[in-house]
Design a protein around this ligand. Structure first.
Ligand code: HEC
Ligand code: HEC
Ligand code: HEC
Length: 229
């Protein structure tokens, strides 16, 4: 780690280190390519490179060439628009993959929980639907609760900025799950037109009242908004 040699690392350097860790190793050749900073914009020919060229596996290790190339492995999988271009949720649904839930118990089934959590979004973006089902098919409750999210609807404050910085949903999305560029997979619930306007008006009205009463902006627990959650 470059950061560990300096006794104190300024915040800007930390962010730069985080970004370089997220975006992969930077070489002078890549730095000259104006598009190389964004791994989502990789040319199709460089996507899902074989293990010996992916910058993750040791090309000198004799085991590396024995690994199956992702291009070959992913060929028959349902496609997605970014990340490693595989729709893993559909792959699991269509039984193209059969991940083992428990290393020791071959036939252990995950305790799947079918509970959607709708998170209202201010402004014109559709609301976020967080599906427990698509997650608990392969993740344990303890992967998220309580370290990332308290298990209580509305108890966690989340924003797009946090997600982009690798917090909240961004602990996984953009790293091991589909990236934030696929807006509509999370922002999947269109606000009903009539309700939308009255809810927003009501919310704004509540905010105004709360602000004039307490001097502080109101939270999402007010009036019409909580009624819709
Ligand atoms: C990938 C992360 C993730 C996993 C895995 C996960 N949850 Fe959650 N859970 C959430 C999020 C996000 C919320 C919503 C929190 C909020 O709205 O602030 C939530 C909310 C909840 C709630 C509150 C529901 C309510 O109506 O108040 C319960 C209960 C819960 N989860 C139980 C579980 C159980 C049991 C499991 C395992 C079977 C599980 N969760 C797995 C992310 C996860
Ligand atoms: C992995 C899921 C996920 C993806 C992908 C995603 N969002 Fe979000 N987004 C969220 C969550 C969660 C919130 C917070 C909702 C709340 O307030 O509880 C949010 C909030 C927002 C907000 C409200 C203001 C803010 O900054 O918090 C906007 C605007 C937004 N997202 C736009 C986008 C756009 C544009 C994209 C695609 C480039 C995108 N989102 C992709 C999950 C996602
Ligand atoms: C602990 C890791 C983890 C966290 C945290 C997490 N997810 Fe996921 N999510 C996954 C994985 C893994 C998948 C399945 C693989 C994939 O689709 O890339 C998934 C799939 C999804 C899907 C399914 C899309 C579909 O095609 O059906 C949605 C929607 C989603 N996540 C939204 C969210 C939102 C919103 C949050 C934050 C509130 C969140 N996730 C937090 C790991 C996570």
């Amino acid at each position: 780690m470059r950061g560990s040699t300096a006794p104190r690392v300024p915040t800007a350097t930390c962010v730069a280190l985080m970004l370089s860790a997220l975006l992969g190793p930077s070489s002078p050749a890549r730095a000259q390519d104006p598009n190389s900073f964004n791994r989502l914009m990789k040319a199709p020919s460089t996507r899902n490179a074989p293990p010996s060229e992916d910058g993750i596996h040791d090309p000198g290790n004799e085991g590396t060439p024995l690994l199956q190339s992702p291009r070959e492995a992913f060929e028959q999988m349902p496609k997605s628009a970014s990340g490693n271009f595989v729709d893993w949720v559909r792959s699991l649904l269509e039984k193209r993959i059969l991940p083992r839930y428990d290393l020791r118990k071959e036939n252990a089934e995950p305790p799947v929980m079918d509970l959607n959590i709708v998170r209202e979004v201010k402004g014109s973006m559709p609301d976020v639907v967080y599906p427990h089902k698509a997650h608990t098919e392969w993740l344990d409750c303890s992967n998220c609760h309580p370290a990332i999210f308290l298990p209580q609807k509305g108890a966690n404050q989340m924003s797009m900025a946090q997600i982009m910085l690798g917090e909240k949903c961004g602990v996984c999305h953009g790293r091991v799950a589909f990236p934030v560029s696929e807006c509509r997979r999370c922002h999947s619930q269109t606000k009903p037109a009539a309700e939308k306007h009255s809810a927003i008006e009501q919310r704004d009205a509540n905010r105004f009242i709360a602000r004039s009463d307490t001097g502080r902006p109101a939270g999402v627990h007010d009036g019409a908004v909580v009624g819709r959650l």
